[in-house]
Design a binder for this molecule. Sequence first.
Ligand SMILES: Cc1ncc(COP(=O)(O)O)c(C=O)c1O
Length: 429
Amino acid sequence: MYTYESSRSLFERALHSIPGGVNSPVRAFKSVGGTPVFFEKAKGAYLYDVAGQRYIDYIASWGPMILGHGYEPVTRAIQQQVEKATSFGAPTEIEVEMAELIKSMVPNVDLIRMVNSGTEACMSALRVARGYTGRNKFIKFEGCYHGHADPFLVKAGSGVATFNIQTVPGITAGAANDTLTCAYNDLAAVEKLVAGHKGEIAAIIVEPVAGNMGCILPEPGFLEGLRRICDEEQMLLIFDEVMNGFRLALGGAQERLGIDADLVTYGKVIGAGMPVGAFGGKRHIMEVVAPLGGVYQAGTLSGNPVAMTAGLTLLKALKEKPELLTELDEKTLYLKDGLDAVLKAWGQPYVINHLGSMISIHFSAQPVVNFAAAAAADNARFNRLFHALLKRGIYLPPSAFESWFLNNALTKEDLDQTIQAVKESLEEL
Ligand SMILES: Cc1ncc(COP(=O)(O)O)c(C=O)c1O
């Protein structure tokens, strides 16, 4: 029987000193209720909380731990780098290697700049698009999340959706006015918006496979349509590959879905659990970035040698053994089939959206193709499922508005245990 006394007392202590007791809102369990679990260590596919209880992990730190926790080559490389230096604030060979490696894996990237988070990557890519085109407005999709920079916190997904925050206090009308929004998968709405703002829109930013309203797939023709519209209107197409990158394929969603972006942003897997993000694109666009051009962007710890070493080691492993991503996809498909079987037998409406190693369940009778459909699902039921699984040692994202992320340390036994736990949990819902 799982107990949460140690986590509860830590959470109560945290509430005195940290807003909501957490350093990122979704961790507070506010939408699913109950006490957030405080963790102490992790190895492979397992998390261990402060009471020593073990959980099978379906978050992978929200994506980065794609080969499992404590992946030996990464751990060793970090240890070796720490012995040499933790930061210079000056260039290193590791950064050059990292940029070269990414370019060899990812389409349409001639120049790439390292930052410290996905937020910084998206914020900077938007600035580049604005600087390059000389236009201010951009289009984003309801329920997509591109980090917490001001212009993106309009109809955003992830925690903003989880907490049902309609407008974010502190964001000026000026910052929000240039953000145009459409429903995900609604190409006609994009066309209408573009026609109404001729020559004003710098870019369309999209999560090619969305993961911040649960997992939602692009319908056939949607991303192709965005590409076409951007070409016709001289706008830039920004793929936010923070979740998709190095997960859906070595070359991310661009490769997996066969669509070219003008600018791409990365985070999560790129840092192997260290704080890393990146934005990149074609040379003629990225040349606007300082010091080549006037679009200023900088960072004291950007390209940090420890973080770069971690990311470089993980990306090298993925490149050297492409079968790792294939295995991970196969495991996710196995989980999906198992979940499908137990949900079907249960007999209530559900939708499983899935691509590669991204997957989520919505309790919905309708296809979940956009944020409105995700929000209309029975998310109270998801919350009950979350807790029923937690007490069986399965750790899902604590919100229906998040994709689950599988890691390749998961074994068939872990997946079978998860499917059995879901079967038992459904009987309790
Ligand atoms: C698609 C996407 N873009 C950007 C971000 C922001 O990244 P970070 O949390 O590293 O700032 C996230 C975070 O979850 C994300 O999922």
